[in-house]
Design a protein around this ligand. Structure first.
Ligand code: ZN
Length: 365
């Protein structure tokens, strides 16, 4: 994601924070000043937000480390003002595994809440009358901070278990359905429930709390995205990379001059290129880099080619292509055979064309 700052890594997973997160901290300070707070209450509030986000990171690590047990890697965990996102390579398709991965996040917050329960004197709080309780929770102290953290973790569990995508509850619901039906159908049902809930939240939000309207939109978009993704997955099923590979491609040499590449682009319809030195693929030249440097014709391919790239096996499932897309900005990959020799290349437009043609062939048009 653009505009993120790397904080470090845990168990080999990058932890990043998006710059908009600082807005949240500023907002908290602003609210505090407005309420007539002092420096110590502002500091306590910021500590609270930071601790809350540690809880969110632990939640995401719960997902990521459970997914790792099923050989699914996580590229990074990104902190946004609205919460965390663990970028899993993919979700496990076996319902039992998906269920565990989805539940692992909220389970972490249940655990944190239980630990906090051990130190927060909840019983004492509940025994107080409303007025002194209000006084207590409005007074900034470590004790109230832990109390808020407890409430926040309980809310995180409740919020995440709403049975709607992109919340964990949506995945839990789909996984449970998938035990008795195929995944596409299960996703459709789970996505529909999510959309119904989104409408309910939207209406409630209009009357009671604008925050619910925001959640409604979030759920609505999530449900749409998830069902689209699963439909695409079922379309791709049973096909291999070789079927959608462009085999008639121009291969460039690192010493080819950029002016020559520009001529090739104008004469044909190729946009991205594989660069080879002898029999070895040494890089990829992307359309956007050619455009950026088109004026500087003295450059050679080697000056602007990308040497960090992934290749796909011709015999791999076509789904692998979509799995790669999730973490890449450039949607162009070389395709190789078992021995590592170049067969061709694959990009989004060719895969789309392949899928459209296949869908027409099967529907008999
Ligand atoms: Zn989660």
């Amino acid at each position: 994601m653009k505009g993120t700052l790397k904080l470090g890594s845990v168990a080999g997973i990058k932890i990043e924070v998006h710059w908009t997160f600082t807005l949240l901290l500023l907002w908290v300070v602003f609210l505090d000043i407005q309420r007539g707070g002092n420096l110590s209450s502002a500091i306590l509030n910021i500590i609270f937000i930071l601790l809350l986000f540690v809880c969110v990171v632990l939640h995401e690590l719960g997902h990521a480390l459970t997914a790792r047990r099923y050989n699914i890697a996580t590229r990074q965990i990104t902190l946004l003002p609205i919460g965390g996102v663990a970028s899993l390579e993919k979700m496990p398709e076996k319902p039992g595994q998906e269920l565990l991965v989805a539940l692992a996040g909220p389970a972490v917050n249940v655990l944190i809440a239980l630990l906090l329960l051990a130190v927060v004197p909840l019983r004492v709080y509940l025994g107080m009358d409303a007025e002194s309780l209000e006084q207590l929770i409005n007074a900034p102290s470590i004790e109230t901070l832990l109390f808020y953290l407890l409430i926040a973790n309980i809310m995180l569990v409740a919020f995440n278990l709403i049975p709607a995508f992109p919340m964990d509850g949506g995945r839990v619901f789909r996984a449970i359905l998938s035990f008795t039906m195929d995944r596409t159908k299960a996703t459709e049902i789970a996505a529909s429930l999510g959309q119904v809930l989104a409408v309910v939240f939207f209406i409630l939000g209009l009357f009671y709390n604008p925050f619910l309207v925001l959640i409604a939109l979030f759920i609505f978009i999530g449900a749409y995205g998830e069902s689209k993704m699963v439909k695409q997955t079922s379309l791709v099923e049973g096909h291999v990379v070789a079927e959608a590979t462009l085999t008639n491609i121009t291969v460039l040499h690192p010493d080819t001059e950029l002016s020559e590449v520009v001529d090739i682009i104008i004469a044909g319809s190729e946009k991205d290129f594989v660069v080879m030195d002898g029999n070895i693929i040494v890089g990829l030249l992307y359309h956007k880099d050619i455009l950026k440097n088109a004026k500087n014709v003295s450059l050679k391919v080697r000056d602007i080619m990308n040497t960090q790239f992934k290749a796909l096996r011709a015999s791999a499932a076509l789904q692998e292509f979509f799995n790669l897309l999730a973490g890449e900005r450039n949607l162009f990959f070389p395709v190789i055979d078992k021995k590592g020799s170049l067969i061709g290349a694959i990009d989004m437009s060719n895969v789309s064309e392949f899928l459209v043609l296949k869908a027409q062939a099967t529907s008999g048009i």
